[in-house]
Design a protein around this ligand. Structure first.
Ligand code: SAH
Ligand code: SF4
Length: 368
């Protein structure tokens, strides 16, 4: 069976051409699937009956199955999705006053093994397919009633998407790219490039590819002001050290939809949060137009770090701000359902044989 959620707009057009169908048929079906959230071909009423019958024979519209749906006291909602063979990934919706952000996963686990990341500690199983990545948006849109004709039709319920869930998006480049193309396509989700953010730990060659293929907003997980510390916290730094990473950021900005890079910086008590770390950071990023997003560390069982104290985070932010940088400190959301950054555990059968952690425990279960 062909899963139509695996196709980006160009791919679907090609598949329809192979059936002898015109490109506008692909557009119709894209709209049915992604805007109306329809999975049954029989419901696609303006598509010719013969084509519907053909599709029903050889294709499906299949998103990953939801195995748990949890709602935090602060409105953050988390879905645990099965991606087969005991693997599960998480998707998180974060409502705010004027926007709603969906945080999407791109891999079951992650091979990059950052020292402070719960996903990394689980090891790596496999890349998610396009259907599994876009299926998270497809599902959330339906669950939130944001599809056309749904209870929240017409509101921008999911106004922003961030690829900041489990996994390293740029290590699953081709599938991520196709999912991005669907997010931006007017017949699918129609999001602007500024409202879609890829977060990367700094895979330099893939940053260059993304700049050429589909330059969406870019967030870079920096976390340390020098190579010695970053080698320890973000091991991929040994392959792509800071000088190369900073150069890649500058190159990205030539095409970027925003004129800055967002640097993410997890605040680890006594490790990377001192005044001199802030000053060293300022020197490091002097040539890169950027904003900083400070993320208070979210602990998980067995984590060898503590969260920086609020005063320390404030002081760190002030030093960066005094030099003219825009700094935000991420409010921790959804902690009670383990939906905060770095707490996404999902469930991963580790192919790299690191170890198996099971999914996090929700406080409230929601029945759709
Ligand atoms: N792999 C990508 C995207 C997923 S992680 C990346 O690393 O950028 C999304 C963000 O959460 C990253 O900035 C990551 O460093 C941060 N993060 C990971 N574990 C965390 C933790 N325990 N507490 C706070 N932030 C964490
Ligand atoms: Fe992977 Fe990102 Fe976690 Fe590092 S922080 S292990 S790159 S998911």
């Amino acid at each position: 069976m062909i899963n139509l959620l695996d196709f980006d707009p160009a791919g679907l057009t090609e598949y329809f051409a192979s059936l002898g169908e015109k490109p506008f048929r692909a557009k119709q079906v894209l709209r049915w699937m992604h805007q109306f959230g329809v999975a049954e071909f029989s419901d696609m009423t303006d598509v010719a009956k013969s084509l519907r019958a053909r599709l029903a024979e050889e294709a499906v519209v299949a998103a990953p199955e939801v195995i748990r749906d949890s709602l935090s006291d602060d409105g953050t909602r988390k879905w645990l999705l099965s991606v087969g063979e005991g693997n599960a990934v998480e998707t998180v919706f974060i409502p705010e006053a004027r926007r709603g952000t969906l945080c999407v996963s791109t891999q079951a686990g992650c091979a990059l093994d950052c020292a402070f990341c719960s996903t990394g500690k689980q090891g790596f199983n496999r890349n998610l397919s396009v259907a599994e990545i876009i299926g998270q948006l497809w599902w959330a849109n339906r669950a939130l009633g944001a599809v056309r004709g749904g209870e929240n039709d017409g509101e921008r319920v999911i106004s922003n998407v961030v690829l900041m869930g489990m996994g390293e998006p740029l290590a699953n480049y081709d599938h991520t790219l196709r999912a991005l193309r669907l997010m931006l396509d007017d017949n699918a989700y129609g999001l602007s490039r500024r409202r879609v953010t890829v977060s990367t730990s700094g895979i330099v060659p893939a940053m260059d590819r993304l700049r050429e293929d589909c330059p969406v907003a870019l967030a870079v997980s920096l976390h340390a002001p020098n190579d010695v510390l970053r080698d320890e916290l973000v091991p991929i730094n040994k392959k792509y050290p800071l000088s190369e990473l900073m150069a890649a950021c500058r190159r990205y900005l030539v095409k970027a939809p925003r004129d800055f890079i967002t640097f993410e910086y997890v605040m680890l008590d006594g490790v990377n949060d001192r005044d001199r770390d802030a000053r060293e950071l300022l020197a490091l990023v002097a040539d890169v137009p950027c904003k900083f997003n400070l993320i208070p560390f979210n602990p998980f069982p067995g984590a060898p770090f503590g969260r920086s104290k609020p005063d320390r985070i404030r002081r760190f932010a002030e030093i960066l701000q005094a030099a003219g940088l825009v700094v935000t400190t991420r409010k921790t959301r959804g902690e009670d359902v383990d939906a905060a950054c770095g707490q996404l555990a999902g469930q991963v059968q580790d192919k790299s044989k690191r170890r198996l952690l099971s999914g996090s425990i929700p406080l409230v279960e929601v029945r759709p």
